[in-house]
Design a binder for this molecule. Structure first.
Ligand code: SAM
Length: 242
């Protein structure tokens, strides 16, 4: 029936499932208002998608999380709240404005552990040989911060950069850790071998899927999950590093 829509169904799910620590927390709504007032685009994950990230992070008892694409810190807040107090979350953001609003939101939400925002082009930051994400010499994974790789990486920045982010996340994730890519379906355009003008670049995503096929199941096990929602047809790709 035309009266049944994905948007209404999202609202129904939110009315039943929003958890007081997450979507029902007024500081998250204030954060979205702060982002709107600053003229930022409304492209964060939905409340149920935020809680989905939290279910995954809690289910695997994540202690170290890496996020690429902070925006106003909406998804970051779900992830940070899923961590134990000795946990750590790093989030990368290109736009100084977005990073500033996110920082205000993290303070407003009283997050602990408090997210570390790395400002600049994510690929440059991740690949900087002297930066926070450089692998110590002689190690194939891991970070200088401590010896342990990330438990969970969430990729949600510019779509053209996805393949580079994928390779860096593979390096930085511990074995058994998870890598989640948002916007992994793009209205089905991932099946097209050309970009559609005016739409997100799907070539980066396709390179990730080609990489997984080429890997032949040696390094990762990945699944692609299509979603409907308030906005459009999209989905997540979720991998575990073997
Ligand atoms: N994860 C956020 C959430 O759900 O609340 C949404 C992130 S939004 C879809 C994508 C963000 O990536 C934007 O804030 C954008 O400024 C940022 N971005 C775009 N290109 C980037 C780059 N090269 N490096 C880092 N961040 C980038």
């Amino acid at each position: 029936s035309s009266t049944l829509t994905a948007a209404k169904t999202d609202k129904y799910l939110e009315s039943r499932l929003s958890h007081m620590e997450y979507a029902a927390d007024p500081s998250l709504a204030r954060g979205q208002e702060r982002a709107n007032a600053a003229g930022m685009p409304k492209i964060s994950v939905s409340p149920m998608q935020g809680q989905f990230l939290s279910v995954l992070a809690r289910g695997m008892r994540a202690e170290k999380i890496l996020e690429i694409g902070t925006l106003a810190g909406y998804s970051t807040t779900f992830l940070a709240r899923s961590l134990p107090s000795h946990g750590r979350i790093d989030t990368l953001e290109f736009s100084p404005l977005h990073a500033r609003i996110a920082q205000e939101n993290f303070i407003d939400s009283d997050l602990y552990p408090f997210p570390t925002i790395h400002i600049g082009p994510a690929l440059d930051i991740l690949r900087d040989p002297n930066g926070a994400f450089a692998s110590p010499p002689g190690t194939e994974e891991g970070l200088p911060v401590d010896e342990r790789g990330y438990d969970l990486c969430f990729i949600d920045a510019d779509k053209g950069g996805y393949y580079g982010y994928w390779l860096e996340c593979l390096r930085l994730t511990r074995k058994g850790g998870m890598i989640i890519l948002d916007n992994a379906i793009q209205d089905g355009r991932i099946t097209l071998d050309k970009n559609v003008e005016g739409q997100h670049d799907v070539s980066g995503l396709r390179k990730v899927y080609d990489w997984v096929k080429e890997d032949g199941g040696k390094t990762v096990l990945m699944s692609g999950i299509q979603t409907v929602g308030g906005k459009h047809w999209d989905g997540f790709a979720i991998a575990v590093k073997l």
